[in-house]
Design a protein around this ligand. Sequence first.
Ligand code: NAD
Ligand code: IPM
Ligand code: MN
Length: 355
Amino acid sequence: MSQFNIAVIPGDGIGTEVIPEGLKVLEAAASKYQVKFNFTHFDWSCETYHRTGRMMPEDGLEQLKKFDAIFLGAVGFPGVPDHISLWGLLLPIRRAFNQYVNLRPVRLFEGIKSPLADKKPGDIDFYVVRENVEGEYSAIGGIQYEGTDDEVVSQQSIFTRKGTDRILKYAFELAQSREKKHLSSATKSNGLFHSMPYWDSRFAAMAKQYPDVKVDQFHIDIFAANLVRMPEFYDVIVGSNLFGDILSDLGPACTGTIAIAPSANINPEKQFPSMFEPVHGSAPDIAGKNIANPIGTIWAAAMMMQHLGHTEMHDTIMNAVETVIKQRDHLTRDMGGNASTQQLGQAIADLITAK
Ligand code: NAD
Ligand code: IPM
Ligand code: MN
């Protein structure tokens, strides 16, 4: 019997609706294998901020450190500025636990129609490997001459050699493990004078160590256009924090709905807990309506099990997800159905326990 201690942070908005479905599916899968979960819930959110002036307690990261993994819903809600809520909870977790890989698979499932004409399952099947702890996401900079006509704001990007090389290495190794062995790098070296040419040079240097991996690079503008025009071209995509963020919403949009996309914030060395969450946010526009799609969260739960060494649980969960999507009887509105969040989660859990 393996036991896992999981920190659960539902967070804000639909985070509190989709996380229970993820837990339901995990329990269903655990009942089939020799696995036991101890879930510890943390109510850290924008409500905590209103109550205490902080998104999480001062020792929040210390509290999370001892868990095997973190399972998170979404952070951010109107009433607290987004940069305050995100820099108060989600981003510090990624950074403190050195979760420098953000792995985001993108796949078109059978039963879902892509908004791109004539695309079928198999045509869209790639990974976005996003740098997750440095780059354009930085609190370095500030405002000068505030309130005057000369007011100026600067925002600094940071690309370290270690940080760049380790994410590129992860992406090359992932590409090498796949059939197509194809890695595409997203930069913007014509406009950004220092950081992006640096990334390109590290990419070119590392490519020499992986001669079996076919490589190419595109500026982010044409990259976005190509992703829509010919998604089948892509296999593994590597990008900086910001570019990876953008491509990992664009990709899932091409697969019908961003709500199915998962996000694994990984510390590959396993010195610290990794964190699993959907790609989407708290969706204030549909919060409380019980129509949120829980599949991004459920897929993230499957990735968590793979990370924890239970590939059979990952596969069982993903088989159930694929079947329920293909049957189309229990889909939420964003996928063209009219099921509730719970009905979709339950259908996946039931399929797992029935088999
Ligand atoms: P969002 O992902 O929350 O929503 C974008 C659109 O997608 C909305 O129309 C929403 O209704 C829809 N959507 C998202 N998830 C869905 C689901 N599971 N089922 C059905 N529809 C879904 O992005 P946003 O509106 O830019 O951000 C809202 C808040 O969430 C902001 O505070 C933002 O900072 C935060 N956010 C947090 C995370 C995170 O915690 N990782 C990610 C993205 C955004
Ligand atoms: C994501 C989100 C976050 C990010 C925001 C909320 C800070 O968009 O996880 O993709 O940009 O990393
Ligand atoms: Mn994002």
